[in-house]
Design a protein around this ligand. Structure first.
Ligand SMILES: Nc1nc2c(c(=O)[nH]1)N[C@H]1C(S)=C(S)[C@@H](COP(=O)(O)O)O[C@H]1N2
Ligand SMILES: [Mo]
Length: 362
């Protein structure tokens, strides 16, 4: 079991990326064993600072091109119809740090995902009660958090078309896993948009505004676009493309995270999701993707959450293996061995590779 200690990999992280990485933690992949991610293990992505909000003085402003604008307290929101849903959320930048050249931003490997049980009130009936003016085409969701990005001072804010915003699954959530939202996940209220990459689910909501023009804020028009170069207008990042991840088996080496397994049958497990359909198949490989077989799928417990899979693997002998899995969804989207590079490093759903050393020493 010799692994060189203290050597760096090929990815050299800058101090700025390291500062982002320590603020925004991922979900350690062993937590894939939990169907619902304990909230402290759910990944975090915060562009600016986590605001401190006194819920007693906080109000949600619902206005713009609505016939009857509203201002709602947390208590009033909690008194509305209550829904709980397990929702898999993934950061659009998940996988970014493995792209070459590496786009400079939060340097995620594969851990920017989690599944929480979000409780809140459905957005659509609330907006419909306000009466949507005929000119309105989008809702803009604005957070309390403020910062500078791309040289622009801004609140974190993004929009959705009326169609997408009024989808039946879209929630204004005030609880995660049965407790009030923790500060880092958007206390007192956040948007949850199932199926879409996480940037859509605006935290620390202050307002929802109906507008007549496509929203051109930084996070819409400049951030979160699939671009080939700096002068490419690109296309918007929207729904999650399929991905499967494996809970790393055996035991890790402290520094390299390389896995060690004792020779014998082993139950491998993981979870797969897609914002473009449901998971229909997960294929697994022990030879780095040369040959594949179908994994066993667990029942789909929640339509908005990842689906578990298992693989009873019997390594043919001691030696080195590279374990892989890939998700295929009901719309026929298949996770690629290598996803295409893009300037900001979004939606890199290249197949995960888990090198393991199977040993016959006890
Ligand atoms: N107000 C606000 N909302 C936000 C963000 C933010 O920085 N500010 N980050 C977004 C991004 S990029 C992601 S991936 C998700 C992360 O949600 P989580 O930290 O609860 O996992 O929140 C989104 N909502
Ligand atoms: Mo994100």
């Amino acid at each position: 079991m010799s692994v060189p200690q203290g050597t760096s990999g090929s990815v050299e992280i800058s101090e700025q990326e390291l500062a982002l990485a320590t603020r925004n933690h991922g979900m350690p992949l062993e937590a894939l064993r939990h169907e619902i991610t304990p909230i402290g293990l759910h990944y975090l992505l915060i562009h600016y600072d986590i605001p401190v909000v006194d819920a007693a003085g906080w109000r949600l402003e619902v206005g713009g091109l609505l016939e009857r604008p509203l201002e709602l307290s947390l208590e009033q929101l909690r008194a509305r119809p209550r829904v709980t849903a397990a929702v898999t959320m993934e950061c659009a930048g998940n996988g970014r740090a493995s792209l070459s050249p590496r786009p400079l931003s939060q340097p995620w490997l594969l851990e920017a995902v989690g599944t929480a049980e979000w409780t809140g009130t459905p957005l659509a009936p609330l907006i419909e009660e306000c009466g949507i003016a005929a000119e309105a085409i989008e809702l803009v969701f604005t957070g309390i958090d403020r910062g500078v990005e791309g040289g622009v001072e801004q609140f974190y804010e993004r929009s959705l078309s009326l169609d997408d915003a009024l989808g039946e699954d879209v929630l204004l959530a005030y609880e995660a896993n049965g407790r009030p939202l923790p500060p880092q996940h958007g206390y007192p209220l956040r948007l949850v948009v199932p199926g879409w990459y996480g940037m859509t689910s605006v935290k620390w909501l202050r307002s929802i505004t109906a507008v007549a023009e496509p929203f051109e804020g930084y996070q819409q028009a400049r951030g979160y676009r699939m671009m080939r170069s700096a002068d490419d207008p690109g296309t918007p990042v929207t729904r999650m493309v399929p991905r499967s991840l494996m809970a790393p088996p055996g035991i890790p080496d402290f520094m390299s995270r390389r896995r060690f397994l004792a020779l014998g049958p082993v139950d491998l497990e993981g979870r797969a999701w897609s914002g473009l359909g449901t998971i229909e198949r997960v294929d697994v490989s022990a030879d780095g993707g040369e040959t594949w077989i179908a994994a066993e799928l667990a029942p789909q417990r929640s339509p908005l959450a990842w689906r578990g899979w298992t693989w009873a693997w019997e390594p043919p002998g001691a030696g080195d293996y590279e374990l892989c899995s890939r998700a295929i969804d009901s719309a026929g989207n298949e996770q690629p061995l290598n996803a295409e590079w893009n300037l900001k490093g979004y939606a890199n759903n290249s197949v995960q590779r888990v090198p393991v050393q199977v040993t016959d020493q006890r």
